[in-house]
Write a protein that binds this ligand. Structure first.
Ligand SMILES: [Zn+2]
Length: 256
């Protein structure tokens, strides 16, 4: 009996194996053929990736220049403060004047910190902007009624039911902090240098670094819908990078 089964297995099993192998070859061939027929998308992806890399490089260079200027401003402000402190101790300037010099140092340092944050976020900012710029043309073709919801494979769009302004961002931040005991990961707040360059209006929007399919992203979107706050959640990433997916809170960016 066992021998018979073994024999059966040997002959049929071999045939099966050959069959499967042939199928694999056929599938592999079909897959190999696919990109050859449609060269265009591959080219577009390469172009997109190149655009992303170039824009990020350019942006980082301009930020580095800006950072240099801001750092020099800190040095100048600190020198002035030291001067003001000795003048104050000699009774030559008022306490208000001394406070002004102190504020100048604080403000100059804040600018340095802001530029540093922008530099670390540069890839995310560029990726988000690129993804949003691409979506712009598509979105224009699909008008959304107030309070409506649209789901595609690459994004989820909610039209919003109330007026929204960036001044209300704190409400979203507070909700998120209360729910997850951590800060809302805001990568882009309002209009930035990249939006100016690509002529996109991002003045009343912020980008949150959360994947729309993750638990935090899901809860955030539920909150936004419950409060009538418009959003656009992107699932897609820039090919060759991990950046791209995010939740844009506010109306979609449009060209100036
Ligand atoms: Zn955005």
């Amino acid at each position: 009996m066992i021998l018979a089964v073994l024999h059966w297995f040997r002959s049929f099993g071999l045939a099966l194996l050959v069959g499967v192998a042939l199928l694999f070859v056929a599938t592999a061939e079909a897959q190999n053929k696919k990109p050859k027929v449609t060269i265009k998308p591959a080219n577009e992806l390469a172009q997109l990736r190149e655009k992303f890399i170039n824009a990020t490089k350019e942006y980082k260079t301009s930020l580095a220049k800006l950072l240099d200027i801001y750092e020099r401003n800190v040095t100048k402000a600190e020198e002035k403060l030291a001067q003001s402190q000795s003048l104050y101790s000699e009774g030559l300037i008022s306490k208000v004047q001394l406070a002004e010099a102190e504020t100048a140092v604080t403000e100059a340092k804040a600018k340095v910190n802001e530029a540093r944050t922008q530099m670390t976020n540069a890839d995310t900012q560029i990726a988000n902007t690129l993804v949003e710029a691409q979506a712009e043309a598509q979105l224009a073709k699909m008008p959304l009624r107030k309070g409506g919801l649209l789901r595609t494979t690459s994004y989820i769009r909610y039209g919003g039911a109330a007026a929204w302004g960036l001044s209300e961002a704190w409400k979203v931040q507070r909700f998120f902090h209360d729910s997850f005991k951590m800060e809302l990961p805001v990568a882009v707040f309002g209009q930035g240098a990249i939006h100016d360059r690509w002529r996109l209006d991002h003045r009343n929007a912020m980008d949150v670094s959360l994947h729309p399919d993750g638990p935090e992203g899901q809860l955030l979107m539920n909150y936004l819908r419950a409060n009538g706050i418009p959003f656009l959640a992107f699932r897609s990433a820039i090919p060759g990078t991990a950046t791209g997916p995010h939740i844009h809170i506010g109306r979609p960016s449009h060209r100036f």
